[in-house]
Design a protein around this ligand. Structure first.
Ligand code: FPP
Length: 254
């Protein structure tokens, strides 16, 4: 990881990190980043300031996930329902993602992080779609963490899109698809990634909010009262510690 990374050496962070069992890491962690607006309101700032502060949390969490050696981190940046927010807030969120791509692409490559946008990307502003494609291409050969950013994403829409593509293929090939659950997963935007083992939601909310519906079937859910702009890699490590204390039974008796 790059130099000049003060949080990496913070004793509190190091103490949590030291307690993690590296042989039992979750492969894929997903995060619903919530509470930016409340964080800003509590400080007399605009909601947009809250989202801007949230980008710092993304940066720190990505570094923490990569350093720990996770396979995948997926963050929910903009849902298909978020278009109903005020126009200025939507535009600011798009700008923040563009700025992130401008500033971070080289850093992602340097840290072997593969960037993968997921969602109905063709519904995004065209310049953002182009930039997302560029960062994805620039990091295609990276073999460390896969960072997926969900934009214009909805879990139901993703399942419907997969079903449509399967139907279209069946019509082309004139035969019924030979599909099981694993095969279906190959039509989702997360194809090739393990299912999330751990799903984090900040700000005390306890909803799935249409995020990774198919993939999260057996994800362990971890919530924190911490608002997303205050979230740091230390919180990721705390979530992983809690995950390691859970008894995952996948519907069996364990
Ligand atoms: C939810 O908080 C947060 C969002 C809808 C946006 C999250 C986006 C970012 C942190 C920026 C993404 C950037 C990158 C680079 C991935 P809220 O606004 O719903 O908060 P509230 O519930 O307190 O109002």
């Amino acid at each position: 990881m790059p130099e000049g990374d003060p949080a990496a050496d913070a004793p509190e962070t190091a103490a949590v990190l030291a307690r993690i069992d590296r042989t039992r890491l979750p492969h894929h962690v997903a995060a619903i980043m919530d509470g930016n607006g409340r964080w800003a309101a509590a400080r007399g700032l605009s909601r947009i300031d809250g989202h801007a502060a949230g980008v710092e949390s993304v940066r720190d969490t990505v570094k923490g996930a990569a350093r720990l050696g996770l396979t995948a981190l997926t963050v929910f940046a903009f849902s298909s329902e978020n278009w109903s927010r005020p126009r200025g807030e939507v535009a600011a969120l798009m700008d923040l993602v563009k700025r992130y791509l401008r500033l971070e692409t080289d850093n992602l490559v340097a840290n072997d992080i593969r960037f993968r946008p997921i969602g109905r990307l063709s519904g995004l502003p065209p310049d953002l779609e182009v930039m997302l494609g560029r960062t994805a291409s620039a990091t295609r050969g990276c073999r460390g963490l896969t960072l997926s950013v969900a934009l214009n994403y909805g879990g139901r829409a993703e399942i419907v899109d997969a079903a449509r593509r399967i139907a279209a293929r069946a019509a082309r090939e004139r035969k019924a698809p030979d599909l099981d659950e694993t095969g279906f997963g190959e039509y989702l935007t997360t194809r090739g990634l393990p299912d999330p083992d751990l799903l984090i939601r900040t700000s005390g909310e306890r909803r799935i909010s249409n995020f990774l519906l198919f993939q999260s079937a057996y994800a362990e859910f971890w919530t924190t009262l911490t608002l997303w702009p205050d979230f740091r890699r230390r919180h990721l490590y705390e979530a992983i510690l809690a995950y390691q204390r859970r008894d995952r039974r996948y519907g069996g008796l364990g």
